[in-house]
Design a protein around this ligand. Structure first.
Ligand code: ATP
Ligand code: MG
Ligand code: MG
Ligand code: MG
Length: 563
């Protein structure tokens, strides 16, 4: 028998007004409907109704991860710093990382994501190619000291993520594990009732299928993506927009030609730069065959050498390094403009860089590439304002006008390759009896963020409006009247529960029917069943929360309909 939850005993305090600090729809509604409570900036308490929605999402994620052979584990959130030092991320994460010390003064961190620790687990547990492939996952609390923890559970500093990691011995194996995840993610988001797009998350030149994001279009989203109406091209603007990099040697460091052997590799590149092959660099611009494949700039993005992968192999590599760039965040700034939806802008303030600014494209569209010279194209006292991607810009695949939209990143899948395996020397004994370096993928879903994304996409002017699979109950029974109706409502609720429905019943005494209806609409259970005037005759009213359609029927009919 499914659960019957009585409102009279449920800890839920609905609010008529939006919380003062709430900017987004999900934040307002989840707080007003009593799903979550803010404990501190970006730190949330899940109240009973919110916990139910959260667990429903987690259940769907688990079922689909299990279906592709994922094995659930649980790793600690409190982690020693050494593995993250080995990968370089202890430093690279900068302020995003929560760092702490134990009583002996040893350094720890709260895990922002777990590639390092999973690599160590597999190194410890798997020794032969026969032990692979393996997919491990967890649904776990993550910590990131986000700069702007706004928008409710959409961007927490403590949040819940499903993260999984695949371990294979071959590139084909990795591609297969990636494809399995891609399929599982499609099924998960379809079952959850989320409208989503799969977009390329890295610049085209770096290999479109190596990293993809699952984006849920919503005005509250903090990502912007382009979508082609004529072909299947879709990409995060992070992957198609442009970076500003100063190239004037005097002010910004030398432009270097890399003297490489015939087939430069990550190793030769790393050696040239004097950094480990797993390094992530901020002050680097990499061109392959004259085309920029990666740009690292302070305060914006970084170049991950490991991710450049085989794209370096047959190509001519030219490096532009800029030591003087370090710390000069003022030289380069990328942000989504005040128009929000329609434009992404990169703005350089030439006053801090008198001389030459160079603006160039990070994707294949040279049309955006532009050389800008101070004094010719703008005055020192002017702000230079360059629109990078606009609605209607030509699709790089087919030339049709691109559409630009805002979205929430709900999932991200990544072919990591051997970056972490190299760091931790993760080898298994291969078929030929020799050690083989393992190749990895990592895959994330924001489980707590999905609650917010669903609220954003499905709510209407009356309140939340959950899809069936994630709703905190299947039916919300409202006792609209006095003691008799309450008794009848409880009776119907018990019958529905016995027939397998998850029921929320509003049996609160001293609360007017009007308030109960308003609350039911705010809480957003998909079906509302009203035990009112005619319930003594065995007739109730069933109302569809989304469409508002009402229908009178007998209790028996209602039970058949709802179970
Ligand atoms: P964002 O671009 O929104 O900061 P991210 O790219 O840093 O996210 P990933 O490292 O790819 O995030 O993590 C995997 C998933 O975890 C994301 O796709 C997102 O759904 C979720 N996630 C990331 N950061 C947060 C956060 N601060 N609060 C809630 N969910 C998050
Ligand atoms: Mg982030
Ligand atoms: Mg992101
Ligand atoms: Mg991401």
């Amino acid at each position: 028998m499914a659960q019957v939850q009585r409102m009279s005993r449920l800890m839920v305090k609905t609010l008529r007004d939006d919380p003062a600090d709430a900017e987004t729809l999900n934040h307002k509604l989840l707080v007003r409907a009593g799903y979550v409570r803010r404990t501190a900036a970006g730190i949330w308490t899940w109240l009973p109704l919110g916990k139910k929605v959260y667990e429903n999402i987690a259940r769907v994620v688990r079922e689909e991860m299990d279906a592709i052979g994922g094995q659930e584990v649980l790793l600690p959130a409190l982690l020693p710093k050494e593995p993250y030092e080995a990968s370089g991320r202890y430093e690279e994460y900068g302020d995003l990382l929560f760092r702490l010390k134990d009583r002996k003064g040893a350094d720890y961190l709260l895990g922002p994501t777990h590639e390092e620790i999973f690599t160590q687990v597999v190194k410890d547990q798997c020794s032969s190619y026969k032990d692979l492939p393996v997919i491990l996952y967890q649904i776990q609390t993550k910590y990131r000291d986000e700069a702007r923890p706004r928008a409710g559970v959409l961007r927490g500093r403590e949040f819940q993520m499903k993260d999984s990691y695949s371990f294979d011995t071959t590139d084909e194996g990795l591609a297969e594990s990636y494809a399995l995840h891609r399929g599982a993610y499609q099924r998960i988001f379809e079952r959850l009732g989320l409208d989503y797009r799969i977009v390329s998350a890295v610049a085209g030149a770096m290999g479109g299928s190596k990293s993809e994001e699952f984006l849920a279009p919503a005005p509250a989203g903090e990502d912007t993506f382009v979508d082609c109406p004529a072909c299947d091209y879709a990409a995060n603007t992070e992957a198609v927009t442009f970076a500003l990099a100063p190239v004037d040697g005097s002010a910004h460091g030398p432009v270097e030609e890399l003297d490489t052997p015939d087939t430069p590799t990550i190793e030769t590149l790393a050696e040239h730069l004097g950094v480990p092959a797993s390094a992530t660099l901020k002050n680097l611009l990499v061109k392959v065959d004259g085309e920029i494949v990666a740009v690292g700039v302070p305060g914006d993005r970084e170049v991950d050498l490991g991710k450049l992968g085989e794209h370096l192999a047959p190509a001519e590599v030219e490096l532009v390094t800029a030591e003087d760039f370090e710390g000069r965040d003022d030289l380069v700034r990328g942000y989504v403009g005040p128009q929000g939806l329609d434009k992404v802008r990169y703005i350089a303030d030439p006053r801090v860089a008198p001389g030459t600014a160079w603006i160039t494209g990070a994707n294949k569209q040279d049309k955006h590439a532009k050389n800008v010279v101070c004094g010719r194209d703008f005055e020192v006292d002017d702000y230079l304002d360059v629109v990078v991607v606009e609605e209607g810009d030509p699709c790089p695949n087919c030339g049709a006008g691109l559409k630009l939209d805002r979205a929430i990143e709900i999932g991200h899948i990544f072919q990591l390759g051997r970056k972490y395996a190299d760091t931790f020397q993760l080898d298994v004994l291969g078929q030929q009896g020799k050690p083989v370096r393992v190749t990895m993928g990592s895959y994330g879903i924001g489980v707590s963020r999905a609650v917010a994304a669903l609220a954003e996409q499905t709510a209407d002017d009356k309140g939340l409006c959950w899809p069936k699979e994630v709703a905190p109950a299947d039916v919300h029974v409202v006792a609209a009247g006095k003691a008799l109706q309450t008794e009848l409502a409880l009776d119907v609720a018990e019958k529905l529960g016995a027939a397998g429905a998850r029921v929320l019943v509003d049996d609160r005494a001293g609360v007017s029917p009007g308030v109960k209806f308003t609350d039911a609409e705010l809480i957003g259970v998909p079906q509302i069943l009203v035990a009112g005037r005619r319930s003594a005759e065995g007739v109730v009213e069933l109302k569809d929360r989304r469409t508002g359609e009402r229908e009178e029927m007998t209790v028996e009919e209602a039970i058949t309909r709802l179970t």
